[in-house]
Design a protein around this ligand. Structure first.
Ligand code: NAD
Length: 418
């Protein structure tokens, strides 16, 4: 995976590209390109052996014009200030493009969680929650899971916050386990919106998803659920990968069986049903009908994009294509449906969770999936309408045009203060 592109610069370039098609002054657009504030903190945490280790952590609050800051918390050795800033910005535009009332935030700890025990991870998480406490809140900033964090970490953060605030506030964080105030359907939501987007995209392009060949990069939460749900639509998942490598089967895998293998062995590699093992790069350049990058940002750079052979890319990961890759693909036969729409299911069901937490009234999974379907298909139509009406170069620009206009409308209605 190419690591060179700075995701914050990629975000700014994406906004610049879309700004050409938005009727607003340059100075107003400038404030949409950088975060309002970034918390940088050093967590000193006692390890199991009694030593103390220091971890760098961040929380970026990018823009709050449309509602509380909203966005995940990532645990990864590659977390850095610019990455967190970029991810928080993508959240602003993601929430706007699907029309949910949030701004954008993101956080992370520079850590490889595999190197720590569960007790150490709990102390690290609670330490971060203590630092976050003055910045977050049900109506202020609402974190959620991201790479290497899940229900367990969200439950710890909620509990730390509630204990320090001496209150109950399940809506302070989303992605919780059901018994801690989580929503039905949240775990599957990102993969589900990815597949709804793919289904709508194929329909829009006059293609059949039934029988389509699919490659999925990354077999974590987003990737595996996308593989499972696209398989349920009749597509053939012919290749999947994780950080251990990629596997290929011409007749298509049973995604559940691959998941069982990954659960047992820790990776997709070595799966008995594969015809062959591929490199991660080979997976990304397969001749498939649909490619779903569901790992990390910058998976496809300008060089690799020249070898991409997929007809349609639907981005489950955040920022998997660099702007150079976008430029290359815009000139090719590959259609790209952007992350800020495709993976917005996660934040949309987080929004449903927050609504349910506020009302103390919980919905069935059926209702959650139905509401999600409505939000993603409406957003898809808004995006393709903008694409056609403004004769835009690609669907990413269309998504940003829709989103930027919504953020600007709310900013202009509120006025600039002080
Ligand atoms: P995860 O940690 O569950 O899974 C990530 C997967 O990517 C793992 O299988 C890992 O092995 C794999 N991976 C890492 N590097 C790789 C590489 N070089 N090649 C192939 N595979 C590689 O994380 P997730 O929650 O599924 O998130 C994946 C992406 O989706 C991220 O970009 C995240 O920001 C985005 N996303 C997730 C959610 C959500 O609700 N989980 C919501 C929106 C966006």
């Amino acid at each position: 995976m190419a690591e060179q592109a700075n995701p914050f610069e990629s975000l700014q370039e994406q906004i610049d590209d879309a700004s050409e098609y938005v009727d607003a002054d340059a100075d107003v657009l400038e404030r949409l390109k950088r975060p309002e504030r970034v918390l940088e903190t050093n967590l000193s945490v006692e390890m199991d052996d009694g030593s103390v280790e220091v971890f760098k952590a961040f929380r970026s609050q990018f823009n709050g014009d449309r509602g509380p800051y909203k966005g995940g918390i990532r645990y990864h050795p590659g977390v850095n200030r610019d990455e967190v800033k970029a991810l928080s910005g993508w959240m602003v535009y993601k929430c706007a493009v699907v029309g949910i009332p949030y701004g954008g935030g993101k956080g992370g700890i520079v850590i490889d969680p595999d190197d720590y025990s569960e007790n150490e991870l709990e102390r690290i998480t609670r330490s971060f929650a203590k630092e976050l406490r003055p910045f977050i809140g049900v109506d202020r900033d609402v974190p959620a899971p991201d790479v290497n964090t899940g229900q367990r970490e969200m439950n710890w953060i909620k509990d730390t916050y509630e204990t320090l605030e001496n209150t109950t506030a399940p809506g302070v964080i989303t992605g919780k386990a059901i018994e801690s105030g989580g929503s039905a359907g949240r775990v599957e939501a990102t993969g589900r919106s990815t597949v709804i987007t793919a289904r709508e995209a194929f329909d829009y392009l006059g293609e059949e998803i039934d029988g389509a060949s699919v490659a999925v990069q990354g077999y974590g939460n987003a990737g595996w659920i996308a593989a499972k749900l696209v398989d349920e639509l009749g597509a053939n998942v012919v290749a999947v990968s994780d950080s251990s490598g990629a596997i290929y089967r011409g007749d298509g895998f049973d995604p559940r069986d691959v998941k069982d293998h990954k659960n047992e062995t820790g990776s997709v590699s070595g799966y008995h049903g594969a015809d062959e093992e591929l490199s991660n790069e080979e997976l990304l350049t397969l001749d498939v009908d649909l490619l779903v990058p569901a790992a990390l940002e910058n998976a496809i750079d300008g060089d690799l994009a020249t070898d991409v052979d997929a007809d349609v890319i639907v981005e489950a990961a955040n920022g998997p294509l660099t702007p150079e890759a976008d430029d290359v693909l815009a000139e090719s036969d590959t259609y790209v449906f952007p992350d800020i729409l495709a993976n917005a299911g996660g934040v949309t069901v987080s929004y449903f969770e927050w609504v349910q937490n506020r009302q103390r009234f919980y919905w069935s999974e059926e209702r959650v999936n139905e509401e999600l379907e409505g939000i993603i298909t409406t957003a898809f139509d808004d995006l393709t309408d903008a694409y056609e009406e403004n004769d835009l170069p690609n669907f990413r620009t269309a998504a940003y045009v829709v989103a930027i206009e919504r953020v600007l409308d709310s900013y202009e209605e509120s006025g600039n203060w002080p």
